[in-house]
Design a protein around this ligand. Sequence first.
Ligand SMILES: [Zn+2]
Length: 195
Amino acid sequence: MGDWFQTIVDTEATSAEAQGLAANVLDWLIADGFISAERTDCVLGADAGHAPGTRYGEAVEDPDPELVNVWSNGLHVTVGRTVFDAGQGEPSAVTCPHCAAEMPLVDEHWSPIEETWARFEDAVGSWAEGHDEPVACPSCDRTAPVHTWLWADDYFAFGHLGFTFWNWPTLRPEFVVDFSRRLGGHRTVLLEGKL
Ligand SMILES: [Zn+2]
């Protein structure tokens, strides 16, 4: 059994804002008992995170009493330019932000279509290092930076700030809306995946 995660990505926060916003949101989550204040070894892919708090159940659809017994049950905050992805699997399609042409990225056997993926892979791979490589659309010939393309199933989200909940049950939509409000009304993407 793999580990499941949900990441709320703020796609509008600038690199200058991210740290301050992260601190505000953590203050709120700790004060309201959604997470515990201590940073402990409870997340994957990072050294520490915040375990669920006494009122974590109010953030999710269907609270799981067993979550406290799962080692990887914490919240990890990522600050810094990052391409967040859904882990296992492949993005199924991508849509041009200019002409709305949708390009499949996998075939009927769910295998990546290499020639289409090749248009994007360098730009996706270098975005975190600060590049905004334009990608040309084969339908309309216009170019757009990779983070402005629309990725099916929210497979990728590009941003400077993300909150990853490890193994939490499905987050309640109201909780996610509250999150956006605490992030100054920024647009957020909820990305779900498995490792
Ligand atoms: Zn296009």
